[in-house]
Design a protein around this ligand. Structure first.
Ligand SMILES: NC(=O)c1ccc[n+]([C@@H]2O[C@H](COP(=O)([O-])OP(=O)(O)OC[C@H]3O[C@@H](n4cnc5c(N)ncnc54)[C@H](OP(=O)(O)O)[C@@H]3O)[C@@H](O)[C@H]2O)c1
Length: 260
């Protein structure tokens, strides 16, 4: 089956392409550096020729409110139009658990706009809502740091390995469209402050996490259960402690992370 992975060179996309190929699918990574740009439409018609499924795991290079909204609206509109023309039978998109509860954030308003365009389109679809990646925890610490302190609210948090996110998205991509949302989460529930504290300690990072129920998460107030999935979520296998002990758990990212 030909499966085009939009954002197939990114963190989740590159893992997803490998997994799909391991299972014998023709997985085609599509991103600006493979000649496909969903913002302009460049390369899309050619890339989608003969594709049965398109998986969108792209992300906006900028998370400024207007820029991120423009990215997800324009790229999703373009993608859906080119998919309709190419006869694609399944559009899969990766979004975030709790998106509908986090609309105080411009990033989540943009993800919601992306989801609404998908729901309104004529193409059968599946939206995968994943919890925060373990790989994203450093980004949460960095954005929350003030001096040597990292104030964070003790809300429930159920992060998962990027590898498990890619597996969950891959399983959905090769299955029938659900025309709805499926949730994926990590195998364990923690408190946000606790996870970041453990991450920094494991990395011998001297910053101190301060538990503060009024602290903001990526600039917004989050309630106790805003970031965790429901009981039907598909759970990843990788435990936080196992991931922390792997050398690949080092996150080399230099760019700011999205408010996910
Ligand atoms: N961070 C989290 O914890 C979290 C949790 C749940 C869901 N998510 C969602 O997961 C998705 C993927 O995140 P990620 O961290 O894997 O992203 P990432 O590593 O930043 O990768 C983004 C991908 O999008 C591509 N891209 C950027 N602009 C494009 C354009 N105009 N046309 C086509 N492709 C373009 C990039 O290509 P280049 O490299 O060539 O620029 C790259 O392949 C996001 O939609 C995010 O909302 C994130």
């Amino acid at each position: 089956m030909k499966i085009v992975v939009i954002g197939g060179t990114g963190l989740i996309g590159s893992k997803l392409v490998s997994k799909l190929r391991e299972h014998g699918h023709e997985a085609v990574p599509a991103a600006p550096n493979t000649g496909v740009n969903t913002l302009t439409g460049e390369g899309l018609a050619e890339a989608l020729k003969g594709a049965a499924v398109v998986v969108d795991v792209s992300n906006s290079p900028s998370w400024e409110d207007a820029a991120v909204m423009k990215f997800f609206e324009t790229s999703t509109r373009n993608l859906l139009a080119y998919e309709a023309a190419a006869g694609v039978g399944h559009h899969v998109a990766l979004s975030v658990v709790g998106t509908e509860r986090l609309l105080e954030s411009g990033y989540f308003r943009a993800k919601m706009a992306q989801e609404n365009l998908i729901r309104a389109s004529s193409i059968p679809y599946s939206i995968v809502h994943a919890t925060q990646f373990f790989e994203f925890i450093k980004g949460i610490a960095d954005i929350s740091t003030a001096g040597n302190k990292v104030p964070l609210p003790p809300v429930l948090f159920q992060p998962m390995a990027a590898d498990d996110v890619a597996s969950a998205v891959g399983r959905v991509a090769v299955g029938p469209p659900v025309n709805g949302t499926v949730e994926a989460g990590g195998p364990e529930k923690f408190r946000l402050d606790e996870v970041v504290r453990r991450y920094l300690a494991a990395r011998k990072d001297p910053r101190e996490v301060v538990t503060d129920p009024h602290a903001r998460y990526y600039g917004i107030e989050v309630s106790e259960r805003a970031l965790v999935p429901g009981d039907d979520a598909r759970l990843g296998e990788t435990r936080f402690e196992t991931w922390l002990s792997q050398p690949t758990a080092q996150v080399p990212s230099t760019k700011p992370q999205p408010a996910a």
